[in-house]
Write a protein of this length. Structure first.
Length: 258
């Protein structure tokens, strides 16, 4: 199937402060998205695109909608694995799917009645900065989490995806760093975090997680980090996690170095 998109002009119409309260009410009370025709005064609110996607349905079976995020990220990414980053940054794609194909899913996952800022933060792109917006909008977030963590070398290519959905803030922080564009660096760091936790370490303390993320930034400033293999990044990150945790242990004596 070809994906229907929303034009920039129509997205701007949905995002105006004057319309937001009205649209929130329509989402809560209308059984479908037919109200779009009235908002845009057009029987055909969407525009056709050349983007192909295998038809599928989102999982909406969990009493707590957030519990379906990882599964739906996999489904969405499998259907749109072929699109380049430039297309995945195009808000027209995600808004078309949000108010079109996956409108019922968005109501299930981000009904404005359940939280005051759901509509602006999750249905739209609030304009806080393009990178961060991609991780806030409901559908875009699913695709980008899967894209950045998908590892075709593993028996389960979504193993790191599943880990990151348990620690959502981690991937956002990594993605905002300049080195996130390197797949070897990104996956090596995430795998080190995953294995460190699996081996009994704690990554919940900010000092631990922030410390290793900053350490990788330091490597990027001191060396050509793209030259490191994934295995080298993994080893350095895992060792740094051990070092930080040891310093934070109750009976440890911190050693400061210049």
């Amino acid at each position: 199937m070809k994906i229907d998109i929303l034009s920039d002009e129509r997205i701007d119409t949905l995002a105006t402060k004057e319309n937001q309260k009205t649209i929130e009410a329509l989402i809560q009370t209308s059984p479908n998205n037919e109200w779009l025709k009235d908002i845009f005064r057009d029987e055909h609110p969407f525009s056709s695109s050349k983007i192909e996607m295998n038809d599928f349905e989102m999982d909406m079976s969990a009493p707590n909608p957030e519990d379906t995020d990882c599964e739906n990220a996999k489904r969405l990414y499998e259907a749109l694995k072929h699109i380049p980053e430039s297309t995945a940054c195009d808000v027209r794609l995600w808004e078309g799917l949000t108010f079109g194909k996956f409108y019922d899913y968005m109501k299930y996952r981000y009904n404005p009645a359940n939280q005051k800022n759901y509509f602006r933060a999750r249905w739209l792109f609030p304009g806080e900065g393009k990178k961060r917006d991609l991780f806030r909008q409901g559908l875009s977030m699913l695709w980008w989490y899967a894209y950045l963590t998908y590892d075709e070398t593993q028996a389960n290519p979504y193993e790191l995806t599943e880990f990151c959905f348990k620690h959502k803030d981690f991937l956002i922080s990594i993605y905002m760093r300049s080195y996130s564009g390197s797949k070897n660096v990104r996956l090596g760091l995430i795998q080190a975090l995953r294995d460190f936790e699996r081996d009994g370490g704690s990554i919940e303390k900010k000092e631990v997680y922030n410390g290793v993320v900053k350490y990788i930034s330091f490597l990027g400033g001191a060396y050509l980090i793209d030259l490191y293999t994934r295995e080298e990044i993994y080893e350095k990150a895992y060792n740094e996690l051990n070092r930080i945790s040891a310093e934070l242990a109750p009976n440890s004596t911190k050693r400061f170095t210049l």
